[in-house]
Design a protein around this ligand. Sequence first.
Ligand SMILES: Cc1cc2nc3c(=O)[nH]c(=O)nc-3n(C[C@H](O)[C@H](O)[C@H](O)COP(=O)(O)O)c2cc1C
Length: 431
Amino acid sequence: MPSLSEPLRLPCGQVLPNRLAKAAMTEGLGDPFNRATERHVKLYRRWAAGGLGLMLTGNIQIDRRHLERPGNVAIEGKQTPEQMTALKAWTSAAKAGGAQVWAQVSHAGRQTPKAVNPTPSAPSAVKLALPGGQFGEPRALTGDEIQDIVNRFARTSSVAREAGFSGVQIHSAHGYLLSEFLSPRVNLRTDEWGGSLENRARLLLETIKAVRAATGSDFAISVKLNSADFQKGGFTNEECLKVVDWLNGAGIDLLEISGGNYEQPKMAGLAGIEAASEEKVRESTRAREAYFIDYAAAISKVARMPLMVTGGFRTRAGMEEALTSGATHVIGIGRPLCGDPLAGKRLLNGETQALPSYEKTLRIGPGWLGPNSPLSLFKMINGWGAQGWYCLQLIRMGDGLDPDLRMSVLQAFQRYASGEAAAAKAMSRAA
Ligand SMILES: Cc1cc2nc3c(=O)[nH]c(=O)nc-3n(C[C@H](O)[C@H](O)[C@H](O)COP(=O)(O)O)c2cc1C
């Protein structure tokens, strides 16, 4: 019966000192040239004291033209000595507490904001169906550009290794580029990269192969994958199970299960622009805290690599139940670590039985006007305001401050929006 504090040996030989992992969370602390900064060092120094077994960075982009927000770090190839020094300072601060530290490597695809790129690349020219005009008209990648993306993932991962990360996580979830390729709703291609599931999964599998070749057998490679997109015509749970079967042969060390995308933000437990499909197990899942645990249980029957499940875990009881059921080997945690960077340690040493859960109170108006409100203005302010709240706490820690738990959602909504606009302007001035 594995407990939270039991180490886990991965296929590459690395050992996670315990089963608690900090899930990837975009930091927004890159400079206008998308380089790592002293603010990353300050933030990860806080988390490093938090007793976690694994820390995944927020997404590090393989292409500066395809960021998920202006403050992302991008690693496009060989680094200058200054860039490498900044990356090494970041990894050594993060590793100071004994955690394995992996870089999440990503390409934002059509979810690149317009302020970064008005015509982002995607499998096909299918625009995000979101109100607000924040995202541009995507254009379909050519075959050569797809090959370039595979090479970029490999180059970025090789630099990550040189910088001191002990692994990478290939982001193939949440509606970013690799997840778009998996979705028949976004991938309408008729060449070898689209159509059948085998073709739609080709980019992910080719990427893993290239990353392994560039980094070596003792380097950890993880994949973050949607259990489903929860959208009509999207990547289904049945397809996910088939992809997991192919991943068994791809030599990865940890598969992280999540779900959803910007149109259907299930990763945060929120409702999207349309009714979610594939909610067969919803009733039983709702009874527990983790959003994707029933999907993970089905995946664990197919998967031969260790699993991590992220989304909603808050109590020791819920985490231990998930570990002992065999549905997962590692517990991913996100939002609690934005308000309390030491929450994992408190749980591991028995000081507390539950992580802080901010999402219940982070809203303007009464409960029914929360992030799942039928009124779109409230839904938007609550959804983006809460996301902004978490992001602003990371920025505060990057500035050497404590999280400000009294910040309101409305304040967060305004401050986050103006901060992102200023970062986009600084980035375009730097270009
Ligand atoms: C501020 C913030 C930033 C995030 N950034 C990323 C990211 O860069 N990459 C990613 O895969 N997921 C990202 N996520 C999603 C988390 O990894 C996680 O899947 C989600 O927060 C659900 O876990 P939780 O319920 O423990 O918060 C982010 C979440 C938050 C709150």
